[in-house]
Design a protein around this ligand. Structure first.
Ligand code: GAR
Length: 197
């Protein structure tokens, strides 16, 4: 029986595409749903073009009521019956109730070498701090933002002429390699960290 993977996105969905493309052949999992909190997220069309079921739940009408928004998310996810939920550029903070409901089944990719630079603007913070390296991390989601056990990291040297944009562009291909490798392990209950390159 293949494991069922739901992917949550907010934007272009390049990590989602990398995850979907990895789940073919003898891969032990299959994508069952791509869900966005923004109906205009570019990744929705990409998922449809790959034949994946999609859904959009706009968070904006819910205002500050995170629980009401998440109730809709949980309803859509419950229909899809995921074994694993991959956050892939999903830019909403989740409540502890949501995280507890999907306990130990949610993964996230974050564009920094966690535990450094939780939250936003990771690349400019790494450059401003004068760090020698930057990178990305995949971790299990817990109630604390960008916390939780690290399941994989990819690291690259920051160049003297890097800007936040060039660094983001150079890290993204590493994200596309790292996340599928972590997922492939995770769905067979292997949480040995993946270290790239
Ligand atoms: C990725 O760089 C991902 O690491 C980041 O958003 C981008 C989404 O790109 N995620 C976060 O910042 C989460 N805090 P994508 O839509 O092309 O996958």
């Amino acid at each position: 029986m293949k494991k069922r993977v739901a992917i949550l996105i907010s934007g272009g969905g390049s990590n989602m595409v990398a995850l979907v493309k990895s789940m073919t052949g003898d891969h032990p999992a299959r994508p069952v749903l791509v869900l966005a909190n923004d109906p205009t997220a570019g990744g929705l069309k990409k998922a449809q073009d790959m034949g994946i079921k999609t859904a959009a739940i706009d968070h904006r009408p819910f205002g500050n009521d995170r629980h009401a928004f998440e109730a809709k998310l949980t309803a859509a996810l419950t229909d899809a019956q995921p074994d694993v939920i991959c956050l892939a550029g999903f830019m909403r903070v989740l409540t502890s109730e949501f995280v507890d409901h999907w306990n130990r089944r949610i993964l996230n990719i974050h564009p920094s070498l966690l535990p450094k630079y939780k939250g936003l603007h990771t690349h400019s913070r790494a450059i401003q701090a004068g760090d020698s390296h930057a990178g990305c991390s995949v971790h299990m989601v817990t109630a604390k933002l960008d916390d939780g056990p690290i399941l994989g990291q990819a690291k690259l040297a920051i160049r003297p002429d890097d800007t936040p944009d060039t660094l983001a562009q150079r890290i993204l291909p590493y994200e596309h390699k790292l996340y599928p490798q972590v997922l492939r392990r995770f769905v067979v209950d292997d949480q040995t960290p993946v270290i790239l390159p």
